[in-house]
Design a protein around this ligand. Sequence first.
Ligand code: MTE
Length: 303
Amino acid sequence: MLIRRPKDWEMPEREATPESVYYNRRQILAAAGLLAGPSLLGGSYPGKKNEEFTLDRAVTPEWAATGYNNYYEFDPYAKEGLANLTSKFMISPWMISVQGQVKESKQYDLDDLLKKFQFEERLYRFRCVERWAMAVPWTGFPLSELIKMVEPKPAAKYIRFVTANRPKEMPGMAKAPYPWPYFEGLRMDEAMNPLTMVVTGLYGKPLPKQNGAPVRIVVPWKYGYKSIKSVVTMDFTSNEPPTFWNRLISNEYGFYSNVEPKKAHPRWSQAQEQLIPTMERRPTLQYNGYEKYVAGMYNGKEF
Ligand code: MTE
């Protein structure tokens, strides 16, 4: 996302963008061959398709969405071939700690927890702050259902999410002095918004590890870094929680991080995006095209 710039981007604002989207198809296909088999975690795949969510673009090919990732715990400097680095990462059993301002702080076994929810499939656009974009079918359920189940106290105004902290299984953690483990946050109304999903599947199958297995959050109207992977903690807080990218570079990454084409990143314009893998350019959509669902939560100043 920032620190190192391996290659140039193909957009005209060359100086602005740190990443390339050159695919080595062979590498990606090899990686796909190495993906773990289906996990035994709850839910069944594919989930029932939710017809409300349609796209204005083609669905991204599976090889591209699972072969081009941001997952700094596995490699902070590479996006391709991350599947090859995930073999040590154990995703079962998986415990999630629900804590803070809730009726009962508790460790949940993910397998048991997932049995309580009805899985569905939704097609969502997904926009990275670096300007690459994709559109994929996620399988999961609304985060609001889990929140209702754990009964937050009135003092709960935000949720802080934390990723697994397993340096021995996540080889990227030793490669950069970042404030691990990865952490993110949402305001309670954002977390309760019907668009916000707990995701365990992609393309009708369990999530590949490089996409955040066994469980991640997906917040489609925000830049991709808010969609935290491999979640182990949900902490209900009274105050706005700190976030990983804001901690690293506070003038570039705010708490809200809503997709906003008119608000340039300090180092590049956000007016356009490029679809992987074709690199077709499209105008960036306000709130990534989810304005009707989310604009009411904001006064337009939340970035
Ligand atoms: N979550 C964790 N734990 N670590 C990460 O490095 N990267 C974020 C987000 N969630 C990241 C993460 C960023 S910058 C993006 S764009 C998306 O994951 C990428 O999701 P994808 O690889 O499934 O496309």
